[in-house]
Design a protein around this ligand. Structure first.
Ligand SMILES: [Zn+2]
Length: 619
């Protein structure tokens, strides 16, 4: 915890002018967020700083926040922004760009008021929507899922100032958050006041208001609270508590003695999959909490598996970037962000841990772990494999690198795996990448960052020259990783097999998708099965009809169900539109199959290979 910051300058002014204690630099920023008088899914906010001495001042809503690696312009959700002077008269507030407002006569500024829209509502309508776990939901009298960077802004030079956040909420609603309650003497009914020591803490602490549905459990010395909003009451906190507890205990055992938080909040929002519900599923890490957004329609088994994968990933972020990070992250600039070149570590190693701990702690078996790795290898091939990972990372906010971002969860994790295998091999199985990350977190930590271009040298100095060769060739360099070579060291082989699949569905994953703008059904950008290829289908083709039946949103289900009874000799006739040209494709259904990468144990292995594999998976 940090104490309130009173600058020396403020203290010295106190000595000479009696009125100074109302200065912006010595007052907490009072913020009122009204969750009761919600109009058109908008929440009214007022931000009241102390008195400014500068003639003009800028007010900002973030363009981006840590962990999202994309520019989202959260200012786009602000409406009716008005600045008021001390006589309650409007002051000139000029919009400089979508996220910035300039207030002239700032010495007269009392407060700024505005309305905030939610982002879940817009997800289906815009091209680059805000990722749901970084966004917000405003549903009067039901649920408020609030990432506070969308609601609370900051002023020039006041990012280190503390904030008092006052929430007025519907009666019966409770807050789920890692923010600390501030005790104020005159607390009104149905209001909560929280303290954030600086703007970063505002953005780092999401909050969910709803009718309470929480469960708390202890993982060693960490108190974990799971809060759930399930609109149709399909799930409750108690319905998945045991699985989450088991998973997080396994994580903590895997991590061992690493400094971490004392409280952790999981805020789970489940979407009903109807209009206005979120569509970007996943989670976003914060230092002491995580926001998770998933569909309520998921069956229990999938829900538990997904929560295990997703929440463990977010929790592992307490290692990196939360305690091992570069200056770019330490001094995060919300409106002019500089990216670090180390996404391979922040996201890649984190994702790798989220899989490794499950085999290490016996939550999954060996083949399951190999299948996960094989899937990552396969998925990584959808991206540019001959692109320097550090270069992509550094430029991830702009094209063409932007589209490569999601490879951090595939190739990024595989980079983590290869490093793990190298370090295990060189240390005779004694050390691995978890050991390395612990060394780094000891060396740096929450408040001490590294210089972006010094990290590789630091890691090599802690490990082996082979690690430098690996970085130079496959992470900084643009050579695709020969996974086979690394897996062989552990007595594993990597090969391709043909696997049966459905024509339109590969398991639960469809080969087709619907364009939300015009409801057209198109072939996804993914590896196609043998039957689709034989028919001449290509990714991007719009399917107009199948065997004379129009292919539309209304009958997509029926056509897909019908396709399940197709025989290899069934004739197929498909009218498609490719780049504006209508084509008819004809052929037989055949036996659809797809190439899958498979990792298996070699038939004969050496004792060294067995020792390495054992140390890698169970060490
Ligand atoms: Zn992550």
């Amino acid at each position: 915890m940090k104490k309130l910051i009173f600058t020396l300058l403020a203290a010295s002014i106190v000595a000479c002018t009696p009125k100074v204690n109302d200065l912006a630099t010595s007052m907490p920023i009072e913020t009122n967020i009204d969750l009761v008088n919600v109009k058109n899914d908008m929440v009214h906010v007022s931000v009241d700083p102390g008195r400014f001495t500068a003639e003009s001042i800028n007010f900002y809503i973030p363009k981006t926040v840590p962990g999202t690696y994309s520019n989202n312009d959260y200012g786009q959700f602000i409406e009716n922004l008005t600045a008021y002077d001390y006589n309650n008269k409007p002051l000139q507030a000029t919009s400089v760009d979508v996220n910035t407002w300039k207030i002239d006569n700032a010495t007269q500024l009392d407060r700024i008021e505005y309305d905030v829209n939610d982002s879940f509502d817009t997800e289906g309508e815009v091209e680059d929507p805000v990722f749901s776990p970084a966004g917000s939901n405003i549903e009067a009298n039901k649920d408020f899922f609030l990432n506070l960077h969308m609601f609370v802004g900051y002023f020039d030079n006041l990012k280190e100032q503390s904030y008092l956040l006052h929430f007025k909420h519907p009666s019966g609603f409770e807050a789920s958050t890692s923010l600390h309650k501030a005790t104020t003497k005159t607390q009104e009914a149905n209001t909560d006041t929280f303290l954030a020591n600086r703007y970063f803490e505002v953005t780092d602490n999401p909050i969910m208001y709803s009718k309470p549905d929480s469960q708390t459990f202890s993982v060693n010395d960490i108190e974990v609270t799971l809060s759930v909003y399930s609109p149709n009451k399909v799930y409750s906190a108690v319905s998945i508590k045991n699985e989450m507890e088991k998973m997080m205990k396994a994580q903590k055992t895997f991590l061992g003695d690493i400094n971490s938080t004392k409280t952790y909040n999981i805020l789970l929002f489940l979407g009903a999959m109807e209009k206005g519900d979120p569509t970007g599923f996943g989670a976003l890490e914060h230092h002491t909490s995580t926001t998770v957004v998933l569909p309520e329609t998921m069956p229990k088994e999938d829900m538990v598996k997904t929560m295990t994968d997703v929440v463990s990933h977010e929790f592992f972020h307490i290692v990196t970037p939360l305690t091992v990070h570069s200056e770019e992250i330490q001094y995060f600039d919300y409106n002019n962000p500089k990216m670090s070149e180390h996404l391979w570590m922040y996201e890649g190693v984190t994702e790798y841990f989220a899989n490794l701990f499950q085999i290490n702690q016996g939550l999954i078996d060996e083949q399951d772990f190999y299948d996960r790795i094989a899937t990552k290898i396969q998925n990584s091939k959808r991206y540019n494999d001959s692109l320097s990972f550090t270069k992509m990372s550094k430029n991830v906010l702009v094209e063409p690198y932007k589209d490569q971002y999601a490879n951090v969860y595939e190739k990024g994790a595989l980079i983590g795996m290869c490093l793990d295998i190298i370090i295990r091999e060189e240390s005779n199985g004694e050390k691995g990448i978890l050991w390395l990350m612990k060394q780094l977190s000891r060396e740096y930590g929450m408040d001490k960052s590294f210089k972006d271009d010094e990290l590789f040298d630091k890691i090599v100095s802690l490990t082996y020259p082979e690690v430098r060769t690996f970085f130079n060739t496959y992470v900084i360099g643009d050579t695709p990783i020969p996974y086979d070579e690394f897996l062989n060291k552990a007595g594993l082989t990597f090969h391709t097999e043909e696997k049966e699949t459905g024509f339109f569905l590969n398991g639960q994953i469809p080969y087709i998708d619907v364009n939300p703008q015009n409801n057209e059904i198109f072939v996804r950008k993914t590896a196609l099965n043998s039957s689709m290829k034989a028919l001449g289908l290509k990714s991007g083709d719009i399917i107009k009809s199948v065997n004379g039946t129009e292919f539309t949103m209304e009958n997509i289900r029926n056509v897909i169900i019908g396709s399940m009874s197709w025989q290899p000799e069934t004739d197929i006739n498909m009218v498609i539109n490719r780049d504006g040209e209508e084509l008819t494709l004809k052929g037989k259904v055949g036996s659809p199959s797809i190439e899958v990468d498979k990792i298996t144990k070699m038939e004969t292995t050496t004792p060294q290979q067995d020792t390495l594999r054992e140390a890698w998976l169970k060490g």
